[in-house]
Write a protein that binds this ligand. Structure first.
Ligand code: ATP
Ligand code: MG
Length: 395
């Protein structure tokens, strides 16, 4: 019965003059989200509202599911849009709506009218009262409850009349593309996809970089990262993923530096390379899935050691999260099942038995001087040979 959705957005409504930029970005993301859904849609902006109208048959459940992934949306309301034609027609439209939508009439209701079109002859209060009366007359089992109704019959008098009673929650946040771009360090684990999701939720477009170490890490481990990026792309839009061959750098560090410092030094080189890509592609910050104390390489001292090599900000949205909290988000966004598939990660391969947990910066810097002969050349080669994969949300 619903040919249209009324899209409600929160935060973006308050942005004053910039509002149209936010709305345009939201429309863009809605289009992207609906691409895989069967059917044609017309998306229009009108007086602080976005409407999506289906032109013909479409998959209702799938459309709602996809829209629920679009940041900036706070509510998705399946709506009936009708032409204005006087109160009698309005009453008939509302009764027809209720009859079709609620076969079981044993429900309480309240009419909530908003009159955006001030030329309408009745006030909102008058419409509420008159419609309430007509509903009670037509459906005697229905009762009014003004405090906690089962059905909130929303009637908005605009260019067209909007009738709706349900709101499917959206994810909130801000439309992707309204807050610049960030470079996500994406591994095959649980944390980094969640970190990407959280930053994208604030309107940041994502690029990503994955370091692999063939033959120590397999093609399947790489595919797992691509699959995770695909899921994140459902929310964040297409992601340009750089895949860096990190094997030689890793081996060289292994050969030249104390093994207990390996993880931290590797991490520093990952950050340096990620920053180089960020610069090339205008990303304003790096994003990682680290949280304080989760593992040896994520103590305050270790985080300081990785930060030290970065000129641009490093965003760590999970910094204060417990693992369980991160898992909950990953389950909610759909990355968990993929993240827990057992493929090897480049960091786990050369891990020392007793990695330093409180790296001393002076010592780390000194160890890195052992790499002077070849490291610049290896980093350059790793950057130049990186593969770029454009990852689209699954269609
Ligand atoms: P995750 O679950 O995200 O893999 P983790 O708990 O395994 O995190 P680490 O392996 O210490 O933690 O990695 C910390 C962060 O460093 C990751 O969240 C990710 O942002 C980045 N990272 C680690 N390994 C890689 C990799 N191979 N490629 C890209 N980024 C990586
Ligand atoms: Mg990991």
């Amino acid at each position: 019965m619903f040919k249209a959705f009324l899209i409600k957005y929160g935060e973006i409504g308050i942005k004053g003059k910039n509002r149209h930029l936010f709305e345009d970005a939201l429309v863009q993301q809605i289009k992207y989200a609906l691409r895989p859904v069967e059917g044609d849609f017309l998306i229009s902006k009108e007086q602080g509202r976005i409407y999506i109208e289906a032109l013909g048959e479409y998959d209702d459940a799938e459309a709602v599911e996809r829209l629920a992934c679009v940041f900036g949306i706070v509510g998705i309301c399946p709506v009936v849009l009708t032409e204005e034609g006087g109160f009698e027609k309005l009453a008939e439209d509302v009764l027809a709506y209720l009859d079709a939508r609620y076969p079981d009439k044993n429900k309480t209701f309240k009419v909530n009218t908003r009159r955006a079109k001030k030329s309408y002859p009745l006030t909102s209060m008058e419409v509420n009262a008159a419609l309430g009366e007509r509903i009670l007359e037509a459906f005697p089992e229905m009762k009014v409850d003004v405090h906690c109704p089962d059905i909130m019959v929303n009637v908005e008098i605009r260019k067209q009349i909007n009738i709706y009673s349900e709101t499917v929650p959206g994810p909130g946040g801000m439309p992707v593309g309204t807050n610049g771009k960030g470079m996500l360090l994406l591994s095959g684990g649980i944390d980094s996809p969640v970190a990407g999701y959280m930053i994208a939720k604030r309107g940041v477009k994502l690029d990503a970089v994955y370091f692999h170490a063939p033959p120590y890490t397999s093609e399947r481990a790489k595919q797992k990262v691509v699959d995770l990026a695909k899921i994140v792309a459902k929310y964040a839009g297409p992601i340009y993923l750089k895949v860096v061959n990190f094997t030689e750098i890793q081996m060289y560090i292994y050969e030249k530096c104390p093994h207990e410092e390996l993880t931290i030094i590797m991490r520093r080189y990952m950050m340096r390379i990620a920053e180089e890509f960020a610069r090339e592609t205008n990303s304003l910050g790096l994003i990682t899935g680290e949280s304080i104390g989760q593992v040896a390489s994520q103590t305050m001292q270790s985080l300081a050691a990785t930060d030290e090599v970065c000129q641009i900000p490093v965003y760590r949205p999970l910094i204060g999260f417990d693992k369980q909290e991160i898992i909950e988000v990953s389950e909610k966004i759909g990355t968990y099942e993929t993240s827990i598939l057992p493929y090897e990660d480049c960091c786990t391969i050369f891990v020392a038995k007793h990695p330093v947990t409180k790296p001393n910066l002076k010592i780390i810097r000194r160890s890195e001087t052992h790499l002077e002969e070849k490291i610049a050349e290896l980093v350059k080669a790793a950057i130049e040979t990186a593969e770029t994969i454009v990852v689209e949300a699954d269609v």
